[in-house]
Design a protein around this ligand. Structure first.
Ligand code: PLP
Length: 480
């Protein structure tokens, strides 16, 4: 998008209708341009002086807006060369914002949501698509049998409206699994089955956060969580992470919500130490904050047994535990869940009835059988062995083919592994990677406030060892 073609002015709300500051309105203008697909990752934004003239605001205002957009991860500023878009517009946003005119018709909440850029998921697993399980290893015959069995069940239950918390037999199976495997303490009537962790995060953000509320997220942070909380209008504070997970910062203002991935920090792979778990739960200033524990792939720990969930240590009903079947089963299943503190159950049930009501009962019934008949634990055991061999292959061959890449010291879990690289821009490099048949998810856009490190999140679980080797060889060649 060029400056001076009036597009900026069309997107710009020149008057504040709801007390939004000028800096925020400039930010919204850039976010809209990104969401609508007018600007793509890597595009250069106009110099602050030029945009200030176009929008008839001061240069200081534009500078402040660019600074805020950088903190949010929308743009990256490079000394001497300019300000560049750091994220891609979501296909969703492109679909809904086919023209700028429609963007102008959105509500403030709608604009904030679309301006996040949405969530972008790859549809096919190639080297090194992040976060994909291997669909070829799924026991499809067992699943087929369970579908047939579920279809022979009581049609009065299967074909009518269902419980907004989810199918009771699935909640019972999840509750037993979470207690045995993760030390989560809950009864089935506190479990809400969702279509995904993402739906759980959206519900949490919309029910617990007011626009402008402070939300702490890890820095770097999982983009799905960032999107959910920014979409609800919250003000995000990125909390630095080291090899023991999120550091407890000085508390200048109390957050409404703290979001974290304690078992396998996304994307660094750190595990939150017991000391920090207790610190977080016992900090008196944080006793009114909700803590969201995203436990998205704890089934896959390769070096040690998974540390029990934070939720199991919570004495005061402040932790909301979020889980998903995306990694352990398959992404298109669209089933996740959350364990709610008792005080929130009723509110979430009511809110759920205004959305989709509940996920399809058939897939819930099949998943319930899959868990209760022991297929789930057998499948996870088998996948853990398979993914560990692929993880080990990736780590071994990284040193051989791409010694320039530094591994995250905490890696050893999940379906992906993060590597750091010095002396080049991860995003510029990633744009060239498809020429070598490689997909790279970049690390630097995941930072909010901390100094950005360059690197990539390399998915390995869906790749045969031979594919891992040949793709690393090509990546190494490009890096030389
Ligand atoms: C940190 C984190 N949470 C949750 C998910 C999965 O979520 P969903 O259940 O929305 O597919 C992912 C997937 O990549 C993730 O990385």
């Amino acid at each position: 998008m060029k400056s001076k073609d009036a597009t900026w002015l069309v997107l710009f709300e020149s008057k504040s209708v709801d007390g939004t500051s000028l800096v925020e309105r400039v930010c919204q203008t850039v976010r809209k341009a990104v969401s609508a697909g007018h600007l793509r990752r890597g595009d250069r934004l106009p110099a602050s002086r030029v945009l200030a003239i176009d929008l008839e605001v001061s240069r200081i205002t534009v500078e402040a807006a660019y600074g805020r957009l950088e903190a949010e991860g929308y743009v990256v500023r490079k000394v001497g060369s300019g300000t560049f878009v750091a994220i891609d517009a979501a296909p969703l946003a492109q679909r809904h914002l086919a023209s700028m005119t429609t963007a102008v018709g959105l509500s403030a909440r709608g604009s904030a949501l679309v301006a996040t850029g949405g969530c972008v998921d790859s549809r096919v697993a190639r080297a090194f698509t992040a976060g994909f399980p291997d669909p070829r290893a799924f026991p499809i015959d067992v699943w087929r049998r369970l579908i047939a069995k579920a279809m022979r069940g009581d049609p009065a239950e299967l074909f009518s409206y269902g419980d907004p918390l989810g199918l009771p037999s699935l909640r019972e199976a999840i509750s037993a699994y979470l207690f045995q495997s993760r030390g989560v303490r809950c009864s089935p009537d506190r479990i809400m089955v969702t279509t995904s962790s993402q739906q759980a995060l959206s519900l949490i953000a919309n029910l617990l956060v007011d626009p402008g509320d402070n939300v702490w997220v890890e820095d770097p942070c999982y983009p799905g969580a960032r999107t959910a909380f920014l979409g609800a209008g919250s003000s995000l504070r990125g909390i630095p992470v080291d090899s023991d997970g999120m550091l407890l910062p000085s508390i200048t203002s109390v957050p409404r919500v703290i979001y974290l991935t304690p078992s396998n920090q996304y994307p660094t792979g750190a595990t939150l130490s017991l000391e920090r778990r207790l610190q977080l739960l016992r900090q008196p200033e944080l006793k009114a904050s909700w803590i969201v524990e995203d436990d998205y792939d704890s089934e896959f720990q390769y070096q040690a047994k998974a540390v029990p969930a934070l939720q199991g240590l919570d004495q005061h009903g402040r932790v909301i535990y979020v889980g998903t079947f995306t990694k352990a089963l398959f992404p298109s299943l669209r089933l996740g869940y959350m364990v709610l503190p008792p005080s929130l159950v009723e509110a979430f049930v009511t809110a759920r009835t205004t959305l989709d009501g509940h996920p399809a009962y058939l897939s819930q019934a099949v998943t319930a059988q899959f868990l209760s008949q022991g297929h789930f634990s057998a499948h996870v055991r088998q996948m853990r062995r398979l993914y560990k061999s692929r993880h080990d292959c990736l780590i071994e061959e990284l040193g051989r083919f791409a010694p320039r890449l530094e591994r995250s010291s905490s890696a050893g879990a999940g379906l992906q592994s993060t590597v750091f690289v010095e002396g080049l821009s991860d995003m510029e490099f990633a744009r060239k990677a498809p020429q070598a048949g490689i997909e790279l998810r970049c690390l630097s856009p995941l930072y909010l406030n901390s100094a950005k490190r360059q690197g990539w999140i390399l998915g390995f679980a869906a790749l045969e060892n031979e594919t891992i080797r040949s793709s690393l060889r090509r990546l190494g060649k490009m890096l030389r």
